[in-house]
Design a protein around this ligand. Sequence first.
Ligand SMILES: O=C(O)C[C@@](O)(CF)CCOP(=O)(O)OP(=O)(O)O
Length: 324
Amino acid sequence: MKATAKAHTNIALIKYWGKRNESIILPTNSSLSLTLDGFYTTTSVHFSEEYTQDKFILNERVVEGEQHRRVSGFLDLIRQQAGKSLYATVDSTNEVPTAAGFASSASGFAALAAAGTKAIGLDMSDRELSALTRQGSGSACRSIYGGFAEWEMGAEEDGSDSYAVPIAPAEHWDLRVAAVVLSSTAKKVSSRAGMKRTVETSPFYQGWLNSIPTDMSQIKEGIKERDFQKVGEVAEANCLKMHATTLGANPPFTYWHDTTMTVMQMVRDLREKGIPAYFTIDAGPNVKVLYLPENEEVIEKTLRNIPGVADIRLSRPGQGVTYL
Ligand SMILES: O=C(O)C[C@@](O)(CF)CCOP(=O)(O)OP(=O)(O)O
Protein backbone atom coordinates (compact mmCIF):
# COMPACT_ATOMS: atom_id res chain seq x y z
CA MET A 1 0.00 0.00 0.00
CA LYS A 2 2.19 2.78 -1.34
CA ALA A 3 1.59 6.07 -3.21
CA THR A 4 3.59 9.12 -4.22
CA ALA A 5 2.30 12.70 -4.68
CA LYS A 6 3.73 16.13 -5.52
CA ALA A 7 2.38 19.44 -4.23
CA HIS A 8 3.47 23.02 -4.68
CA THR A 9 3.66 25.79 -2.12
CA ASN A 10 1.38 28.82 -2.36
CA ILE A 11 1.54 32.53 -1.61
CA ALA A 12 -1.41 34.12 0.17
CA LEU A 13 -2.79 37.29 -1.41
CA ILE A 14 -5.51 37.52 1.28
CA LYS A 15 -3.85 36.25 4.43
CA TYR A 16 -4.94 33.51 6.82
CA TRP A 17 -4.14 35.13 10.15
CA GLY A 18 -5.86 33.62 13.18
CA LYS A 19 -7.60 30.48 14.34
CA ARG A 20 -11.03 30.11 15.90
CA ASN A 21 -10.21 26.46 16.72
CA GLU A 22 -6.61 25.35 17.25
CA SER A 23 -7.09 21.59 17.50
CA ILE A 24 -8.68 21.05 14.08
CA ILE A 25 -7.28 24.33 12.65
CA LEU A 26 -10.34 26.43 11.82
CA PRO A 27 -9.54 30.00 10.75
CA THR A 28 -11.06 33.31 11.88
CA ASN A 29 -11.20 34.49 8.26
CA SER A 30 -11.17 33.20 4.71
CA SER A 31 -7.98 33.52 2.66
CA LEU A 32 -6.91 33.33 -0.97
CA SER A 33 -3.63 32.25 -2.57
CA LEU A 34 -1.73 31.56 -5.78
CA THR A 35 -0.01 28.18 -6.05
CA LEU A 36 3.56 28.58 -7.34
CA ASP A 37 5.49 26.33 -9.71
CA GLY A 38 8.95 27.07 -8.28
CA PHE A 39 8.65 25.31 -4.95
CA TYR A 40 7.27 21.83 -4.31
CA THR A 41 7.42 18.71 -2.15
CA THR A 42 7.37 15.12 -3.41
CA THR A 43 6.20 12.61 -0.81
CA SER A 44 5.77 8.84 -0.86
CA VAL A 45 3.84 7.03 1.87
CA HIS A 46 4.09 3.26 2.41
CA PHE A 47 1.73 1.60 4.90
CA SER A 48 2.74 -1.92 5.92
CA GLU A 49 1.99 -4.54 8.57
CA GLU A 50 5.75 -5.01 8.90
CA TYR A 51 6.26 -1.53 10.39
CA THR A 52 6.09 -1.24 14.20
CA GLN A 53 6.14 2.59 14.17
CA ASP A 54 5.85 5.58 11.82
CA LYS A 55 9.07 6.72 10.18
CA PHE A 56 9.60 10.16 8.58
CA ILE A 57 12.44 10.80 6.13
CA LEU A 58 12.95 14.37 4.89
CA ASN A 59 15.54 15.12 2.20
CA GLU A 60 17.07 11.67 2.82
CA ARG A 61 17.47 12.14 6.59
CA VAL A 62 15.39 10.41 9.28
CA VAL A 63 13.49 13.07 11.25
CA GLU A 64 12.67 12.70 14.97
CA GLY A 65 11.10 15.05 17.56
CA GLU A 66 8.39 17.66 16.85
CA GLN A 67 8.39 17.24 13.07
CA HIS A 68 8.02 13.45 13.43
CA ARG A 69 5.20 13.95 15.94
CA ARG A 70 3.34 16.30 13.58
CA VAL A 71 3.61 13.83 10.69
CA SER A 72 2.64 10.86 12.85
CA GLY A 73 -0.31 12.78 14.30
CA PHE A 74 -1.42 13.59 10.77
CA LEU A 75 -1.12 9.91 9.76
CA ASP A 76 -3.44 9.16 12.71
CA LEU A 77 -6.13 11.28 11.02
CA ILE A 78 -5.69 9.25 7.82
CA ARG A 79 -5.74 5.93 9.71
CA GLN A 80 -8.87 7.05 11.56
CA GLN A 81 -10.68 7.94 8.31
CA ALA A 82 -9.67 4.59 6.77
CA GLY A 83 -10.40 2.54 9.92
CA LYS A 84 -6.91 1.03 9.71
CA SER A 85 -4.06 0.90 12.29
CA LEU A 86 -1.09 0.30 9.97
CA TYR A 87 2.16 2.20 10.51
CA ALA A 88 3.85 3.99 7.59
CA THR A 89 7.15 5.20 6.26
CA VAL A 90 6.92 8.75 4.85
CA ASP A 91 9.68 9.80 2.48
CA SER A 92 9.62 13.50 1.50
CA THR A 93 11.87 15.64 -0.68
CA ASN A 94 11.47 19.41 -0.48
CA GLU A 95 12.27 21.48 -3.55
CA VAL A 96 11.42 24.45 -1.34
CA PRO A 97 14.72 26.21 -0.67
CA THR A 98 13.79 26.65 2.98
CA ALA A 99 15.65 29.92 3.07
CA ALA A 100 13.30 31.20 0.38
CA GLY A 101 10.91 32.04 3.18
CA PHE A 102 8.14 29.90 1.83
CA ALA A 103 6.36 27.69 4.28
CA SER A 104 7.51 24.24 3.17
CA SER A 105 4.75 22.99 5.47
CA ALA A 106 2.21 24.09 2.83
CA SER A 107 3.55 21.86 0.05
CA GLY A 108 4.63 19.26 2.61
CA PHE A 109 1.25 18.61 4.20
CA ALA A 110 -0.58 18.76 0.86
CA ALA A 111 1.74 16.11 -0.61
CA LEU A 112 1.53 14.01 2.57
CA ALA A 113 -2.29 14.14 2.63
CA ALA A 114 -2.56 13.18 -1.04
CA ALA A 115 -0.02 10.33 -0.92
CA GLY A 116 -1.21 9.04 2.47
CA THR A 117 -4.91 8.86 1.59
CA LYS A 118 -4.14 7.25 -1.78
CA ALA A 119 -1.78 4.69 -0.18
CA ILE A 120 -4.30 3.63 2.47
CA GLY A 121 -7.05 3.27 -0.13
CA LEU A 122 -9.14 6.38 0.61
CA ASP A 123 -10.58 8.00 -2.51
CA MET A 124 -11.28 11.61 -1.48
CA SER A 125 -12.78 14.53 -3.38
CA ASP A 126 -10.58 17.66 -3.64
CA ARG A 127 -12.68 19.34 -0.94
CA GLU A 128 -12.38 16.37 1.42
CA LEU A 129 -8.62 16.21 0.77
CA SER A 130 -8.35 19.97 1.39
CA ALA A 131 -10.31 19.70 4.67
CA LEU A 132 -7.99 16.90 5.80
CA THR A 133 -4.83 18.80 4.74
CA ARG A 134 -6.07 21.83 6.67
CA GLN A 135 -5.64 19.86 9.89
CA GLY A 136 -1.93 19.47 9.15
CA SER A 137 -1.29 23.13 8.39
CA GLY A 138 -3.94 25.67 7.49
CA SER A 139 -2.32 27.28 4.46
CA ALA A 140 -1.53 23.83 3.03
CA CYS A 141 -5.22 23.23 2.28
CA ARG A 142 -4.98 25.74 -0.59
CA SER A 143 -2.17 23.80 -2.31
CA ILE A 144 -4.54 21.01 -3.33
CA TYR A 145 -5.43 23.24 -6.27
CA GLY A 146 -3.26 24.91 -8.88
CA GLY A 147 -3.60 28.59 -9.73
CA PHE A 148 -5.81 30.74 -7.50
CA ALA A 149 -7.64 29.09 -4.59
CA GLU A 150 -9.84 30.39 -1.76
CA TRP A 151 -9.89 28.74 1.65
CA GLU A 152 -13.48 29.28 2.77
CA MET A 153 -13.42 29.66 6.55
CA GLY A 154 -16.73 27.82 6.93
CA ALA A 155 -19.18 28.13 9.81
CA GLU A 156 -19.50 24.55 11.12
CA GLU A 157 -17.58 23.89 14.31
CA ASP A 158 -16.57 20.41 13.09
CA GLY A 159 -14.76 22.01 10.14
CA SER A 160 -16.80 20.05 7.57
CA ASP A 161 -17.26 23.25 5.49
CA SER A 162 -13.75 24.71 5.99
CA TYR A 163 -11.72 23.81 2.89
CA ALA A 164 -10.28 25.41 -0.22
CA VAL A 165 -12.10 25.78 -3.53
CA PRO A 166 -10.59 26.60 -6.94
CA ILE A 167 -10.98 30.25 -8.11
CA ALA A 168 -9.01 30.14 -11.38
CA PRO A 169 -6.50 27.64 -12.86
CA ALA A 170 -2.80 28.45 -13.31
CA GLU A 171 -3.45 28.97 -17.04
CA HIS A 172 -5.92 31.78 -16.30
CA TRP A 173 -3.25 34.44 -15.69
CA ASP A 174 0.57 34.38 -15.88
CA LEU A 175 1.05 36.42 -12.68
CA ARG A 176 4.69 36.21 -11.55
CA VAL A 177 6.17 36.19 -8.03
CA ALA A 178 9.76 37.06 -7.06
CA ALA A 179 10.76 35.77 -3.62
CA VAL A 180 13.37 38.12 -2.16
CA VAL A 181 15.55 36.09 0.19
CA LEU A 182 17.25 38.21 2.82
CA SER A 183 20.59 37.25 4.27
CA SER A 184 19.43 38.01 7.82
CA THR A 185 18.17 34.85 9.48
CA ALA A 186 17.24 36.21 12.91
CA LYS A 187 14.98 33.96 15.01
CA LYS A 188 11.37 34.73 14.29
CA VAL A 189 8.00 34.15 15.88
CA SER A 190 6.42 31.20 14.04
CA SER A 191 3.20 31.89 12.12
CA ARG A 192 1.34 29.62 14.55
CA ALA A 193 2.64 31.45 17.64
CA GLY A 194 2.36 34.87 15.97
CA MET A 195 -1.28 34.52 15.02
CA LYS A 196 -2.16 33.09 18.45
CA ARG A 197 -0.62 36.04 20.30
CA THR A 198 -2.25 38.51 17.89
CA VAL A 199 -5.73 36.99 18.14
CA GLU A 200 -5.54 36.93 21.93
CA THR A 201 -4.05 40.37 22.60
CA SER A 202 -4.10 42.80 19.67
CA PRO A 203 -6.71 45.64 19.78
CA PHE A 204 -6.23 45.96 15.99
CA TYR A 205 -7.35 42.37 15.36
CA GLN A 206 -11.06 43.10 14.96
CA GLY A 207 -10.24 45.80 12.39
CA TRP A 208 -8.30 43.17 10.44
CA LEU A 209 -11.27 40.80 10.45
CA ASN A 210 -13.71 43.56 9.47
CA SER A 211 -11.68 44.32 6.35
CA ILE A 212 -11.54 40.78 4.95
CA PRO A 213 -14.94 40.47 3.16
CA THR A 214 -14.34 43.60 1.03
CA ASP A 215 -10.70 42.63 0.33
CA MET A 216 -11.84 39.15 -0.71
CA SER A 217 -14.57 40.30 -3.10
CA GLN A 218 -12.30 42.98 -4.59
CA ILE A 219 -9.41 40.61 -5.24
CA LYS A 220 -11.66 37.93 -6.77
CA GLU A 221 -13.04 40.56 -9.16
CA GLY A 222 -9.49 41.63 -10.02
CA ILE A 223 -8.38 38.05 -10.70
CA LYS A 224 -11.39 37.42 -12.94
CA GLU A 225 -10.65 40.63 -14.91
CA ARG A 226 -6.84 40.05 -14.82
CA ASP A 227 -6.63 43.59 -13.38
CA PHE A 228 -3.08 43.65 -12.02
CA GLN A 229 -3.38 47.03 -10.30
CA LYS A 230 -6.55 46.00 -8.47
CA VAL A 231 -5.12 42.63 -7.35
CA GLY A 232 -1.78 44.17 -6.39
CA GLU A 233 -3.27 47.04 -4.42
CA VAL A 234 -5.64 44.78 -2.47
CA ALA A 235 -2.94 42.17 -1.77
CA GLU A 236 -0.37 44.74 -0.62
CA ALA A 237 -2.87 46.56 1.62
CA ASN A 238 -4.11 43.25 3.05
CA CYS A 239 -0.57 42.22 3.94
CA LEU A 240 0.07 45.59 5.64
CA LYS A 241 -3.12 45.25 7.71
CA MET A 242 -2.10 41.74 8.78
CA HIS A 243 1.33 42.94 9.91
CA ALA A 244 -0.21 45.99 11.62
CA THR A 245 -2.04 43.62 13.99
CA THR A 246 1.29 42.29 15.32
CA LEU A 247 2.41 45.79 16.36
CA GLY A 248 -0.61 45.96 18.69
CA ALA A 249 -0.07 42.51 20.22
CA ASN A 250 1.17 42.06 23.78
CA PRO A 251 4.09 41.86 23.75
CA PRO A 252 4.30 43.68 20.40
CA PHE A 253 6.34 42.13 17.61
CA THR A 254 7.07 42.53 13.93
CA TYR A 255 8.45 40.20 11.26
CA TRP A 256 10.10 43.06 9.38
CA HIS A 257 13.85 43.72 9.37
CA ASP A 258 15.51 46.82 7.91
CA THR A 259 16.03 45.12 4.54
CA THR A 260 12.36 44.10 4.51
CA MET A 261 11.42 47.78 4.54
CA THR A 262 14.08 48.68 2.00
CA VAL A 263 12.56 46.17 -0.42
CA MET A 264 9.05 47.50 0.28
CA GLN A 265 10.22 51.04 -0.55
CA MET A 266 12.01 49.80 -3.67
CA VAL A 267 8.74 48.27 -4.89
CA ARG A 268 6.92 51.57 -4.34
CA ASP A 269 9.73 53.36 -6.24
CA LEU A 270 9.28 50.94 -9.17
CA ARG A 271 5.61 51.90 -9.31
CA GLU A 272 6.56 55.58 -9.30
CA LYS A 273 8.74 54.85 -12.36
CA GLY A 274 5.78 53.23 -14.08
CA ILE A 275 6.77 49.60 -13.50
CA PRO A 276 3.77 47.92 -11.81
CA ALA A 277 4.84 45.78 -8.85
CA TYR A 278 3.35 45.03 -5.43
CA PHE A 279 4.71 43.27 -2.35
CA THR A 280 3.34 40.77 0.13
CA ILE A 281 5.01 39.41 3.26
CA ASP A 282 4.19 36.38 5.42
CA ALA A 283 5.37 35.39 8.93
CA GLY A 284 8.99 36.27 8.26
CA PRO A 285 11.24 39.05 6.94
CA ASN A 286 11.29 37.86 3.32
CA VAL A 287 9.34 39.86 0.76
CA LYS A 288 7.47 38.42 -2.24
CA VAL A 289 7.02 40.79 -5.18
CA LEU A 290 4.11 40.43 -7.63
CA TYR A 291 4.85 41.52 -11.20
CA LEU A 292 3.94 40.86 -14.83
CA PRO A 293 6.08 38.74 -17.21
CA GLU A 294 7.11 41.68 -19.42
CA ASN A 295 8.84 43.33 -16.45
CA GLU A 296 10.71 40.26 -15.20
CA GLU A 297 14.18 41.49 -16.18
CA VAL A 298 13.96 44.94 -14.57
CA ILE A 299 12.27 43.52 -11.47
CA GLU A 300 14.94 40.85 -10.95
CA LYS A 301 17.81 43.28 -11.59
CA THR A 302 16.39 45.93 -9.23
CA LEU A 303 15.74 43.49 -6.39
CA ARG A 304 19.07 41.69 -6.74
CA ASN A 305 20.97 44.97 -6.33
CA ILE A 306 19.45 45.78 -2.93
CA PRO A 307 22.06 45.45 -0.13
CA GLY A 308 21.13 42.64 2.27
CA VAL A 309 19.38 40.60 -0.41
CA ALA A 310 20.90 37.10 -0.61
CA ASP A 311 18.88 35.66 -3.49
CA ILE A 312 15.89 36.18 -5.75
CA ARG A 313 13.70 33.21 -6.71
CA LEU A 314 11.23 33.64 -9.56
CA SER A 315 7.97 31.69 -9.78
CA ARG A 316 5.04 31.28 -12.13
CA PRO A 317 1.55 30.00 -11.30
CA GLY A 318 1.79 26.32 -10.35
CA GLN A 319 -0.36 23.19 -10.62
CA GLY A 320 -2.32 21.46 -7.88
CA VAL A 321 -1.55 18.08 -6.33
CA THR A 322 -0.47 15.36 -8.77
CA TYR A 323 0.13 11.62 -8.23
CA LEU A 324 3.37 10.14 -9.59
O1 LIG B 1 -0.24 31.76 4.25
C1 LIG B 1 -1.02 32.61 4.78
O2 LIG B 1 -2.25 32.68 4.54
C2 LIG B 1 -0.47 33.63 5.79
C3 LIG B 1 0.62 33.06 6.69
O3 LIG B 1 1.61 32.48 5.88
C4 LIG B 1 1.27 34.11 7.54
F1 LIG B 1 1.56 35.15 6.92
C5 LIG B 1 0.01 32.09 7.67
C6 LIG B 1 0.48 30.69 7.49
O4 LIG B 1 0.05 29.95 8.62
P1 LIG B 1 0.30 28.38 8.70
O5 LIG B 1 1.78 28.12 8.68
O6 LIG B 1 -0.50 27.67 7.66
O7 LIG B 1 -0.28 28.09 10.16
P2 LIG B 1 -0.81 26.73 10.80
O8 LIG B 1 -2.23 26.54 10.35
O9 LIG B 1 -0.71 26.97 12.29
O10 LIG B 1 0.11 25.62 10.33
